[in-house]
Ligand binder design. Structure first.
Ligand code: CTP
Ligand code: MG
Length: 217
């Protein structure tokens, strides 16, 4: 089953509505994200939404999607989604509404890795730029070995019981930016599959412009 985290406000995008409701080629980002999961083989989907916006989300999503109120942080929102997911499925894919154009192949690769026995799997991409550490005063203090670095995308796949266990043991107040980081805290190995540049996250206005170009192709 799938959980789509869509309860953020999108401060960096700065639109007139929550980011997940911002249209891309006429369809809200959250709708693209749900459709992407389904195209890749996920059937049951829980979407975590800002509580006060529930009707607006219901209006743009398929009737069979379950809506859940989110929290103040992504970690809190995924926790809520997991609780609502119940024990219906053995595996769960957690996806960001902010990655609307994720190709079905990426979803399928994550599902395959789980079927092959991985307890946690994330799609990743290589880092192409030289990557450095910069001190508070703006001066470079060192470089990172680019060959070992990867950029992490979603959907991230998990054995459901493992993810529930990891969230259960995560101390309240600890906020992590993705779910692989949560299972990593309990020592579960996280496998990787190839991500895709088209699964890029919409964070700022420029990302939305790129996504519009991608759709037009
Ligand atoms: N998210 C969520 N609940 C939150 C915060 C974020 O479900 N309290 C979701 C967002 O809706 C998004 C994903 O987590 O799909 C990734 O977060 P991000 O790109 O940071 O989105 P926002 O938090 O909405 O944007 P910003 O940080 O610019 O405010
Ligand atoms: Mg955020």
């Amino acid at each position: 089953m799938g959980i789509v985290a869509a309860a953020g406000s999108g401060l960096r995008l700065g639109a007139d509505r929550p980011k997940a409701l911002v249209p891309l080629a006429g369809r809200p980002l959250v709708r693209w994200a749900v459709d992407a999961l389904r195209a890749g083989g996920v059937r049951d989907v829980v979407v975590v939404v800002p509580a006060e916006e529930r009707p607006a989300f219901a209006a743009v999503l398929p009737d069979d999607v379950v809506l859940v109120d989110g929290g103040a942080t992504r970690t809190a929102s995924v926790r809520a989604g997991l609780a609502a997911a119940g024990e219906r499925a053995d595996v769960v894919l957690v996806h960001d509404a902010a990655r609307p154009l994720t190709p079905p192949d990426v979803v399928a690769r994550v599902i395959e890795a789980l079927a092959a026995g991985a307890r946690a799997v994330v799609p990743v991409l290589p880092v192409v730029d030289t990557t450095v550490v910069v001190r508070a005063d703006g001066v470079i203090s060192g470089a990172l070995p680019r060959e070992e670095l990867r950029r992490v995308q979603t959907p991230q796949g998990f054995d459901r019981a493992t993810l529930v266990d990891a969230y259960g043991r995560l101390p309240a107040g600890v906020e992590l930016t993705d779910d692989a980081a949560v299972v990593h805290t309990i020592g579960v190995p996280v496998a990787t599959v190839a991500g895709d540049e088209r699964a890029a996250k919409v964070t700022v206005g420029h990302d939305l412009e790129l996504a519009e170009l991608q759709v037009r192709r």
